[in-house]
Design a protein. Structure first.
Length: 355
């Protein structure tokens, strides 16, 4: 029976050398733009920082009236599953938050969103709780009613929670069949260890069963606050209307949320290669980890562009052209920066036959 291998290689030297090799002095954005297909193009949209009427909520805003649509993205920092006090809480919020709120049960909420062209999504990762929201200007009132109901009066009915727990448990049981999931777990266990980043994204059935409605509401009270809120909005609004939007939607949030702490990852970049064999694939999957750069570092954008050329652009990247096209050694290879609250990494992932 064929076996495949998943592996993790912790790279201190290669990652550090890559980061040191690209500096600000070698990055000329104007020159790159002048030589690109974007040369000569004019972009009229201007982004400005605005605040709500009380001055307590800030947002980045771009006025654009070409189509009668408003798009909003907002997120709450330090509110991901690595910060949760009860395992599974954040995942259940992602699964059930849009299953009923305020006067709308699950069916009614989905019906009004479909009828009025309202799009609302929620997602959670290890660090943040994120929302995406868009609506047609003609149905602004209905859209605002839906969004505020979800933020301030989510239902979390027992039957919806029970269904979500069963669905998450089913997904968890299927995950080990995916070799890339096996690789991610190998990274979690060997690199992150006991740190919350090493937790399984979906906890076991017993942990999910222990999460009650009150736990979810407590999580939202601690997470949804102005002090950890970031907002961006664009579309068919003028600045005055945008300020009213911020006041109307976010004005009712608490000024300061609950205490949110996360220890930094104590990374060991001197580890040797770690691998595991699983008997249901003919491929090997590998991840290489190196030291990254903070998102607000002054070199981030120059390094981001350099990495895009090196391995972040997929089949057009230097790594792909060299290792895949010229040598034929693997199927796909990618690189990229992974920034997070606990650690910043540069990583390379590829798959190939064991040979």
């Amino acid at each position: 029976m064929k076996k495949f291998m998943v592996g993790v290689l912790i790279l201190g030297v290669i990652g550090a050398a890559f980061l040191r090799g690209i500096t600000k002095s070698g990055f000329n954005a104007e020159k790159i733009l002048a030589q690109s297909a974007l040369s000569g193009r004019q972009f009229n949209g201007k982004v400005k920082e605005i605040s709500d009427e009380a001055g307590t909520v800030k947002a980045y805003f771009m006025e654009e009236h070409s189509v009668p649509i408003v798009a909003v993205a907002f997120e709450f920092a330090k509110s991901g599953w690595a910060y949760e006090k009860k395992r599974g809480t954040a995942q259940l919020v992602e699964s059930v938050l849009l299953d009923g709120a305020g006067e709308y049960d699950r069916k009614a909420l989905r019906a009004v969103m479909k009828e009025k062209g309202i799009k609302l999504g929620v997602s959670v990762d290890e660090d943040r709780l994120r929302f995406s929201f868009s609506y047609i200007k003609a149905f602004e009132k209905e859209a605002m009613d839906v969004l505020k109901a979800v933020l301030y009066a989510p239902r979390f009915e027992k039957e919806d929670l029970d269904l979500a727990k069963a669905q998450l448990d089913f997904v968890k049981k299927q995950q080990p069949e995916n070799p890339e999931y096996r690789l991610s777990r190998l990274v979690d266990e060997t690199f992150y260890g006991e740190h919350p980043y090493g937790w399984e994204e979906i906890p076991d059935k017993e942990a999910l069963a222990a999460v009650k409605r009150e736990d979810i509401l407590a999580y939202l009270r601690e997470s949804l606050s102005k002090d950890n809120l970031s907002v961006g909005l664009a579309g068919d609004l003028n600045e005055t209307e945008a300020r009213v939007f911020l006041s109307d939607v976010f004005g009712g949030l608490a000024e300061i949320g609950g205490k949110r702490e996360l220890a930094p990852v104590q990374a060991d970049f001197k580890q040797e290669k770690v691998s595991a064999k699983v008997p249901f694939s003919g491929q090997s999957f590998v991840t290489l980890l190196g030291k990254g750069v903070k998102r607000l570092d002054e070199d981030f954008y120059s390094l981001y562009v350099a990495d895009y050329i090196l391995g972040g652009s997929g089949l057009a990247s230097k790594l792909s052209q060299g290792v895949r096209d010229k040598e034929g050694l693997k199927y796909g290879i990618y690189s990229g920066f992974a920034t997070s609250d606990g650690i910043d990494l540069w990583q390379v992932s590829f798959s190939a036959t064991p040979e």
